[in-house]
Design a protein around this ligand. Structure first.
Ligand code: FES
Ligand code: FES
Length: 166
């Protein structure tokens, strides 16, 4: 199959790769651009592990083709923070034990950031509703809710929602 060039601004840097037109955005990010923080849990839009931000909106990256995002701005979990300088969402997950095996965590954090963009002070119920599209196989949901609540406070204090695109 003839390959096409796809160029995106991802985590603040312009990157390009040649892909088959049928390649999913998830595979483009992981295999084409070697950003493996975005996980694949199902490939069928069920689990949310592959969630990333495209042009300011959180999407499950297995629901889009790479060619559909040509020219877009993308933020993946790698664009949130660094070990030395964690994003408030990462800090909150660390402090509130919001992860166990961590497989779902990148997608959950991206979905949670999308939720807080729309509702900066969600109730427990609104957090559960907002994250219903992401599945944690370790079933640590109460800790995830606590982490997102804590993140909301940290983000409000820092006036920060999305990553710096590092
Ligand atoms: S891998 Fe995309 S929703 Fe599960
Ligand atoms: S922490 Fe293990 S799948 Fe969610």
């Amino acid at each position: 199959m003839e390959e096409v060039n796809v160029t995106v601004k991802i985590n603040g840097k312009e990157r390009s790769a040649k892909v088959e037109p049928r390649m999913l955005l998830t595979h483009f990010i992981r295999d084409g651009l070697s950003l493996t923080g975005t996980h694949i849990g199902c490939d069928t839009s069920q689990c949310g592990s592959c969630s990333v931000m495209v042009d300011g909106h959180v999407v499950k990256s297995c629901t889009l083709l790479a060619v559909q995002v040509d020219g877009s701005e993308i933020i993946t979990v790698e664009g949130l923070g660094t070990v030395e300088n964690l994003h408030p969402m990462q800090k909150a997950f660390w402090e509130e034990h919001g992860l166990q095996c961590g497989y779902c965590t990148p997608g959950v954090m991206m979905a949670a950031i999308g939720l807080l963009q729309e509702n900066p002070e969600p109730s427990d119920e609104e957090i559960r509703e907002g994250l219903e599209g992401v599945i944690c196989r370790c079933t640590g949901y109460q800790f995830i809710v606590s982490a997102v609540k804590h993140a909301a406070k940290l983000m409000a204090a820092e006036n920060q929602v999305v990553g710096e695109g590092r």
